[in-house]
Design a binder for this molecule. Structure first.
Ligand SMILES: [Zn+2]
Length: 305
């Protein structure tokens, strides 16, 4: 009898240990942020949603993860994260905070607003190259550490800045602009593979790095490439040098992060504590007052889909 009771206790504790659980990192996020959904003890590759956005899971050891973009239009409030794994349903809350995006008025020559007809073919070809990069099939994340700044520099434009020109809304800035002089270093934000090295009309000399998890980081306006397409890179490896190629008025790094089908806030990516990572999280000094800055239209589909 005692033996069977002990077996029963053992099987109960095993069942308890094997019960899957879900965690959302961070538990509070802003529109445009990436959030990591971690399913521990997943019995099968989970499916799930964050609000109305589908989560695409990959396996990672005994766990499963999905890195999910919060759309920039996401209404603040409480969202439910729903996950199904091996017939079990799990729930977790995610608090969406107000975004506090900024407006910037631009005063630039009109040539920066409308590209010449002669540029159309290149703009179209650039768009095709970006779409091909965004279509990279989902695979597990290729990095273990947290993300690092590609340059240790001051932010000159934030993710979500709305730009107006002549009173018209021109575009939204879907990246971080980091200050720099031509020739200064740009480093990989994390481990991954270079999937695009291309001179583009809007984004100038452009490098895209695929990190897995559906996440691709973008580095625009370089003066010089220091990597080749297909090359594996480690966190901190040199990718190229700061420049002012493409549609810009001065040298800087436009640093973007593309997740699934949306651009996400690189600052939130840098602040995301990945399970198992050992590096400290990156922080920036508090924002200064907005100024006119350098207009860059972003990628040819700086549009987000
Ligand atoms: Zn920019």
């Amino acid at each position: 009898m005692r033996r069977s009771a002990a077996l029963l206790a053992l099987s109960v504790s095993l069942a308890a240990a094997a019960a899957p659980s879900v965690e959302v990192i961070p538990a509070r996020a802003k529109p445009g942020d990436p959030v990591l959904v971690v399913v521990r003890g997943a019995k099968a590759l989970p499916t799930g949603t964050v609000g109305t956005h589908e989560a695409s899971f990959y396996s990672r050891g005994d766990d499963a993860e999905a890195l999910v973009p919060l759309p920039i239009e996401q209404e603040p409030g409480l969202l439910e994260v729903r996950v199904t794994t091996g017939g079990e349903s799990l729930r977790a809350p995610l608090e969406v905070l107000p975004p506090e995006f900024r407006e910037r008025k631009l005063t630039v020559p009109s040539k920066y607003v409308r590209p010449p007809a002669s540029a159309r073919a290149q703009i179209k070809a650039d768009g095709v190259a970006f779409q091909k990069a965004w279509a990279t099939p989902l695979h597990p994340r290729a990095f273990t550490d947290n993300f690092q700044k590609p340059r240790d520099a001051v932010i000159t434009a934030y993710f979500g800045d709305h730009r107006t020109y002549n009173g018209k809304k021109l575009n939204t800035h879907y990246a971080l602009d980091l200050d720099g002089a031509t020739g200064e270093e740009i480093r990989a934000a994390n481990d991954g593979r270079v999937i695009l090295v291309r001179p583009c009309y809007y984004s100038g000399n452009t490098v895209l790095v695929d990190h897995g998890a559906g996440l691709i980081t973008a580095y625009f306006h370089m003066s010089k490439f220091l990597v080749k397409q297909g090359q594996e890179v480690r966190r901190g490896d040199l990718l190229g040098l700061v420049g002012k190629t493409g549609r810009v008025t001065g040298p800087h790094l436009h640093f973007g992060a593309h997740l699934g089908s949306l651009w996400v806030n690189p600052q939130a990516l840098l602040a995301l504590p990945f399970p198992g990572a050992s590096s400290p999280l990156e922080t920036f000094p508090p924002p200064e007052a907005p100024d006119a800055g350098t207009p860059d239209g972003g990628s040819p589909d700086a549009g987000r889909r």
